[in-house]
Design a protein around this ligand. Structure first.
Ligand SMILES: NC(=O)c1ccc[n+]([C@@H]2O[C@H](COP(=O)([O-])OP(=O)(O)OC[C@H]3O[C@@H](n4cnc5c(N)ncnc54)[C@H](O)[C@@H]3O)[C@@H](O)[C@H]2O)c1
Length: 353
């Protein structure tokens, strides 16, 4: 296929990684990089030999050579920039979280037209081997889905080793705290494995900020939560139970499970641990004894999680296919996120419309 001419706006940590993957992909030309920070734009642009380096979004919007734009900016700029990109007639891959609230996602949908718009929360759902798991679930091997369980407890509350960027500690700038930083990956992962068949109805949630007595791993003015838990009831009975925490007084632990009436899957989201990535199917034999089958066990290159959304974006621009994670999927996850924060704030269950 003819390489897709892509520009990256925002040359920070993740913009630089997007640039690496654009350069590696024979179906992509890194047409431009853009950052208000000139030094940052020059560094990333020169290292990855971008055809153009600029510092103003308008230089991207007005460039007819550019077909698609990757927005790798903090979330507070995302919707505004995304709408400008779409109005300029360019395809869009937007970083996660897709936006900061439902109204912002709706603005993107309203301005999309026939353009391809993809969402980077697909990152951990983009490993090709996961299609086998989607097919396994779709074939009914789990029976009726009862519980989708996610527990992602990150780094402990040890001493601070680096200052987080300002957007990372502000609910206003980031659209939330740990629940948006990691919860969007969790939700994208489990919902895409269930082929987006789960229809959330009601959310009951609680969130907490970093405890005062813990060493300040987050900035003292931060209003972003570092611990969130939600129970999401779906149409027909399945429940998504999701907990995420960082800098908390508890041991790091990760667990993703899809539990059905006939059997259950034990999964991994991230793949950067030692050893192979493994996915297990647990089921009961006719006497009720548990049997475990290994559905997948291979050494996986975790780096591909970054390449997945970019490759898929370029392919969808040329084929017109729906991206791995569409704006409609993004909207569903945003509705859940908004409901989590509302439920925690108002101390009540929130119904999803
Ligand atoms: N850091 C990660 O590992 C990571 C991974 C996945 C997703 N993300 C998401 O991507 C987004 C960006 O994260 P990051 O870590 O790269 O942030 P960052 O702070 O490292 O980079 C953001 C960049 O955007 C630039 N920028 C700000 N305003 C701009 C403007 N008006 N025009 C052009 N450039 C502008 C900044 O100068 C900066 O270089 C966040 O929403 C984050 O949640 C980050």
């Amino acid at each position: 296929m003819e390489p897709v001419r892509i520009a990256i706006v925002g040359c920070g940590v993740i913009g630089n990684i997007h640039a690496q993957w654009c350069v590696k992909d024979e179906n992509i030309t890194l047409q431009a990089v853009c950052d208000v920070n000139k030094e940052q734009a020059d560094k990333v642009g020169k290292e990855h030999k971008a055809l153009k380096i600029c510092n103003d979004l308008n230089d991207v919007l007005n460039d007819d050579q550019i077909e698609g734009v990757i927005l790798a900016l903090p979330a507070n700029l995302r919707a505004k920039f995304a709408v400008s990109v779409l109005k300029a007639g360019k395809h869009l891959l937007t970083e996660k979280p897709v936006a900061r609230n439902q109204a912002e996602v709706q603005e993107l949908i309203d301005n999309r037209g026939d353009l391809t718009v993809a969402v980077c929360s697909s990152r951990y759902s983009s490993f090709p081997f996961l299609q086998k798991i989607r097919d396994f679930i779709a074939a009914g091997n789990l029976g009726e889905i009862r519980v989708v369980h996610v527990r992602g407890i990150g780094e402990d509350a040890g001493p601070k080793d680096s200052e987080p960027p300002i957007w990372r500690v502000s609910h206003e700038f980031n659209g939330g705290g740990i629940f948006v930083n990691w919860g969007c990956y969790d939700l994208n992962y489990v919902m895409s494995l269930c082929n987006w068949t789960l229809k959330p109805k009601t959310v009951l949630a609680q969130t907490w900020q970093c405890a005062d007595h813990l060493p300040m791993r987050v900035h003292e003015t931060s209003d972003a939560e570092t611990h969130a838990i939600a129970m999401i009831q779906c149409e027909g009975g399945p429940v998504i139970n999701i907990e995420r925490a960082e800098f908390a007084a508890l041991k790091a632990e990760t667990s993703w499970q899809i539990i059905g009436s006939k059997g259950s899957l034990r999964l991994q989201l991230t793949h950067w641990q030692e050893g192979p990535t493994e996915i297990f199917f647990d089921k009961a034999d006719p006497k009720g004894k548990l049997i475990t089958e290994t559905l997948f066990s291979e050494q996986v290159d975790d780096g591909i999680n970054h390449g997945g959304p970019v490759k898929d974006f370029a392919k969808c621009i040329r084929t017109g296919d729906t991206p791995l994670t569409s704006l409609e999927n993004g909207m569903l996850m945003q509705k859940l996120t908004d409901a989590v924060y509302r439920s925690a704030k108002e101390q009540c269950a929130v119904v999803i419309d």
